[in-house]
Design a protein around this ligand. Structure first.
Ligand code: FE2
Length: 154
């Protein structure tokens, strides 16, 4: 990509890969809760979580492709992704539906905070407005998903 030095490309790609790993964690957790959720709101929450994991799959695909656009390599194996993820996994069978939604809401907030940290690096992103815009679009998606999760909480 034009007008960006190699070290900036590396730093930006590392941040995107870290984000990719955490999106993967959130995707897997959402799938886990979609499978294991129980209770009187089962049907609507099961469907709701399906919408979210489908959206997160698209998000992951977009992040990985953004890394390729920068000429770098996205984390592409479960093992390497596990090494980069920060979100904690939990046993879906031991949680109530409210605990699941709370957990996803707090994960969503962690991802939003991470994206804000990266987009605050104005000097780093100055030569790469495409990635900056991409990250802001991603933040907006997470803010919307976070709002939906929060709206289901008691
Ligand atoms: Fe399903």
């Amino acid at each position: 990509m034009a007008n960006i030095d190699d070290s900036s490309i590396k730093t930006i790609s590392e941040a995107l890969n870290n984000l990719l790993a955490n999106e993967y964690a959130l995707f897997t957790k959402t799938l886990n809760y979609h499978w294991n959720i129980t209770g009187p709101r089962f049907y609507s929450l099961h469907k709701f979580l399906e919408e979210h994991y489908r959206e997160l799959l698209e998000v992951m695909d977009d992040i990985a492709e953004r890394i390729r656009i920068l000429g770098e390599t996205p984390l592409s194996t479960v093992k390497t992704i596990m090494g980069e993820m920060d979100l904690d996994e939990r046993n879906g069978q031991s949680l109530s539906s409210s605990e699941m939604l709370n957990d996803l809401f707090s994960d969503s907030n962690r991802i939003q905070a991470f994206i804000k940290e990266v987009t605050a690096e104005k000097e780093l992103l100055k030569p790469d407005p495409g990635t900056e815009d991409f990250l802001i679009g991603l933040l907006q998606k997470h803010e919307k998903m976070g709002w939906m999760l929060k709206s289901h909480l008691d």
